[in-house]
Design a protein around this ligand. Structure first.
Ligand code: GRF
Length: 188
């Protein structure tokens, strides 16, 4: 199977995917790692010899999704958004219908939406006094964090947790969940 991974940040989810492939846990190859900004994730991909493309989102605006489609073509088996912060729209969503997945650091549908990324999700969870949080992998549709849920993992919120403490605990689970979800979707 051939996949592409879209990134914007530190790339720890990408790292987990690359490790799983190298460990023989995932039977797929990463054809492209594409970022909408320069980021650590791109450096991690380069180190592993994976083809990388950086498209500065400010230069592309609404053309970003079309540009990504032109780069990856129409024959990939799966697009994985791993900390990708731009919103995909237009033709790419049709060409890759039910073949784009995203990982989000909350138990969707709770704490979803455009502004909910980075530590903001975990700040909101703590502010609400939630006793548990978690992460979700879902299919990407026209909305933001609204597609059909594939897998979820619950994570405890502990007394005295800071947003950073919670984000780290959730991130550890994300690294396992994203690999499980790719396996589940590719193997049908
Ligand atoms: C993760 O928390 C992910 O859920 C969210 O952005 C973060 C990406 O982290 N979408 P990384 O770039 O994979 O380390």
């Amino acid at each position: 199977h051939k996949i592409a991974v879209l990134v914007s940040g530190s790339g720890s989810n990408l790292e987990a995917i690359m490790d799983a492939i190298d460990d023989g846990k995932l039977n797929c190859s990463i054809e492209f790692v594409i970022a909408d900004r320069s980021c650590l994730a791109i450096e991690r991909a380069k180190k592993r010899g994976i083809r990388t493309v950086v498209l500065d989102r400010r230069g592309f605006g609404k053309e970003l999704s079309q540009r990504i489609l032109e780069i990856i073509g129409k024959d990939l088996d799966l697009l994985v958004l791993a900390g990708f912060l731009s919103i995909l729209e237009g033709e790419i969503l049709k060409v890759y219908k039910d073949k784009i997945i995203n990982i989000h650091p909350s138990l969707l549908p709770k704490f979803s939406g455009k502004g909910m990324y980075g530590l903001r999700v975990h700040e909101a969870v703590l502010k609400e006094g939630e006793k548990e949080s978690g992460c979700t992998v879902h299919f990407v549709d026209e909305g933001v964090d609204t597609g059909r849920i594939i897998l979820q993992k619950r994570v405890a919120v502990l007394e005295g947790d800071s947003p950073f403490d919670l984000s780290k605990r959730v991130l550890e689970e994300e690294h396992k969940l994203i690999v499980e979800a790719i396996k589940k979707v590719l193997e049908g």
